[in-house]
Design a protein around this ligand. Structure first.
Ligand SMILES: [Zn+2]
Length: 668
């Protein structure tokens, strides 16, 4: 095909695929069979293959997955993603209503919406094109997951109006997708996801967008970040507008004028909840009028014009059959309740951590008791209380052992700790847990090497420390239970790939006391190579902001151990990378840039670069970019139409630059 004809056809395919996609995934009214969609998609992929220059950022082909990432970039939300206050019962809701009416008067209406149990995300459109999507993160800083969000087919890549808009919504996994996914995972001997929310979050955090694309996620948009200039003056108008420009909103919303109507809506959905195709965990109630919202304002944490009613956690009664003890990586002994299997909030529960001896005493939990079980945060099973009235006298009081259940060493209770510990460094349980930790996601992230495989390898004495993982052979692996030739090959290549990991993964994996994933990153960034960290002194370590004395001591003690020295040499020999590969720290003292060590705020619209680009450049020169102006701000960069931040900077007499001045300084 000629290029001109190809271009024409690609354009047609975009239109068709976008239209079919919208009909199917947003309107739920497909006009063509799936096979037709697939055929057109294949044709588009083929043309893009032949003419790569015709592949655009918003081509429908991104739905099947774009480029694999190394990591997610951070995104600062220009308008924070707030969380809502919670209501747990009717009284909380009546109080909310009373406060709102006292503040803005009796004429007030609410919009009630289902609270989707998924992952909050923000989507940014420029000129009607989807340009960036991010997670909520801590509300101020999230992660850029644009490539994964593009695979959600109910997210429009182009709107039918060329507007700039940022919208917030909930990405989720429908129940049937969740069940299919878990069935496949079980077949592949992978750990099933606990619930659709975890599955959705896990899917969107994949670095390979093809995985996200395969997970059949969906989304409902529920708010507009900044409604100025959009010609809407209420929340309900805003949602209607979202519908009109091509977004998918939840159709079950309802406008209510009294709190009684709100309570009816809640009652209705509490009953209808199981019939939905997706999980909800409550009802969101918002004051409809934007003027009234403004009048009500915010508390430090959340808006006063909205509240989230949370459904009560489901509680069930079952029998506690036994209490098992396990030895963790650091030697802590944890008692776990073994329960008669029972369904709670969508999954079967048969174990619940009892955390420590004190908790068992406090709740007076005995073996044989009838207990009330719920899932905390709808995820982690927990024993709520004992039904003492059901006791028969046969129940057995539980006593913590005095010796390690695995290695028989005497257990100790360290000062200030509630936990009992096995202090034997050769304790097999601790070694096994340490191995499991080493291969886990935030550490060396070796796919296919889960808890079961590690336990088998350990029991067969094929591995006794982490270095042994790198000596495993195919012959050894295929002798394991349920390990086929293909999985053995996959596992070996995953082990091979892990050798190239950046230093922080190895550091975290080693399981040095008090060194979590974040501290490992900080250490790797500062020392860059293992050799330097190995000889770091206590003073050098505590000089780093995030490293406290306790951690510094633990690090020095760890690297002084001769076994550790030998282990690292062995790992080096096997070719494990010991260098930091992430973004370099800029030494503030060493940098002669104007920005080094300064705190800078960007506001208004920049013409020559995006705010994110400006931020990245400033940070690369050692500056710190923050979101709000305060006394500690050194410099404000004010673009077009800068607003309240500019006023505040003027009041505080902070230095103010325009964009040209910024560019000039950056280009120096
Ligand atoms: Zn032990």
């Amino acid at each position: 095909m000629e290029k001109v004809a190809a271009e024409q056809r690609v354009h047609e395919l975009h239109e068709l695929l976008n239209q079919y996609n919208y009909e199917y995934h947003v309107l739920d009214k497909p006009s063509v069979p799936d096979a037709e969609y697939d055929r057109l998609m294949r044709e588009l992929l083929q043309l893009e293959d032949e003419f790569p220059e015709l592949k655009t950022e918003d081509s429908p082909s991104v739905r099947v997955g774009g480029q694999v990432l190394d990591s997610f970039q951070k995104v600062e939300h220009q308008i924070p993603m707030l969380s809502l206050g919670n209501a747990f019962n009717e009284q909380d809701l009546r109080d909310f209503d009373r406060r709102a009416r006292q503040a803005v008067g009796e004429s007030l209406s609410y919009v009630c919406e289902l609270k989707i149990d998924g992952l909050a995300v923000s989507l940014r459109y420029e000129q009607g094109r989807f340009v960036q999507g991010s997670t909520r993160g801590d509300g101020t800083i999230g992660e850029d997951i644009t490539v994964n969000l593009k695979t959600i087919r109910s997210i429009p890549l182009r709107l039918n109006k060329e507007i700039d808009i940022e919208v917030r919504g909930e990405a989720f996994m429908p129940r049937n997708s969740f069940e299919k996914l878990n069935a496949v995972r079980l077949q592949n001997e992978e750990e099933p996801f606990a619930n659709p929310r975890n599955a959705a979050a896990g899917s969107l955090r994949q670095l390979d967008p093809k995985i996200a694309a395969s997970r059949n996620l969906d989304i409902f948009l529920y708010s507009i970040a900044d409604t100025r200039n959009l010609g809407v003056d209420s929340h309900s108008d805003g949602l209607d507008m979202l519908d009109k420009v091509g977004f998918k909103t939840n159709p079950e919303r309802r406008k209510c004028t009294t709190i009684e109507e709100v309570l009816d809506y809640i009652k209705e959905w509490t009953e209808k909840r199981p019939s939905l195709k997706y999980d909800i965990d409550g009802i969101v109630i918002k004051v409809d009028s934007f003027d009234q919202q403004d009048e009500l304002g915010f508390t430090a944490k959340s808006p006063r014009w909205a509240i989230a009613y949370k459904f009560p956690a489901e509680e069930v009664v079952t029998k506690l059959i036994d209490i098992e003890l396990s030895v963790g990586r650091t030697g802590v002994i944890t008692p776990t309740a073994i329960l008669e299997p029972v369904r709670v909030a969508g999954t079967t529960v048969q174990r619940a951590s009892l955390h420590n001896e004190d908790l068992i005493r406090e709740k007076d939990i005995r073996i044989g008791d009838s207990v009330v079980v719920k899932k905390a945060g709808d995820i982690i099973p927990e024993v709520v209380n004992v039904l003492v009235e059901n006791r028969t006298g046969e129940e057995i009081e539980f006593l913590m052992p005095t010796h390690c259940p695995e290695c028989e060493s005497e257990l100790v209770r360290l000062d200030g700790e509630v936990a009992l510990r096995c202090m034997n460094p050769k304790c097999p349980a601790q070694i096994r847990e340490g191995l499991i930790h080493f291969v886990s996601r935030n550490a060396m992230n070796i796919d296919g090497l889960g808890e079961k495989v590690i336990s088998q390898l350990f029991d067969e004495q094929l591995i006794s420390d982490v270095a042994d993982i790198y000596t495993l052979t195919k012959e050894q692996l295929i002798k394991l239970e349920r390990m086929g030739e293909k999985s053995a090959d996959n596992l070996l290549s995953a082990i091979e790939v892990s050798k190239a990991n950046s230093l922080e993964k190895l550091l975290f994996g080693l399981g040095i006391r008090h060194v979590g994933a974040k501290a490992a990153k900080t250490l790797a960034q500062h020392f860059e190579i293992m050799e330097k960290l190995q000889v770091a002194t206590r003073e050098e370590l505590t000089a780093i902001n995030e490293i406290g004395e306790k951690m510094a001591d633990a690090i020095v003690t760890y690297f002084e151990l001769p076994e550790v020295h030998d282990l690292l040499n062995e790992l080096r020999e096997y070719g494990i990378n010991m260098e930091y590969k992430g973004p370099k720290l800029v030494s503030v003292e060493g940098s002669d840039s104007y920005f080094a060590g300064k705190t800078i705020v960007l506001t208004g619209k920049l013409e020559q670069m995006s705010r994110n680009e400006a931020k990245a450049e400033i940070e690369a020169l050692g500056g710190k970019v923050t979101g709000s102006v305060s006394k500690s701000t050194d410099l404000l960069i004010a673009g077009e139409a800068a607003g309240s931040k500019l006023t505040k900077a003027e009041q505080l007499q902070i230095e103010i630059w325009d964009e040209d001045r910024l560019v000039q300084e950056l280009r120096k």
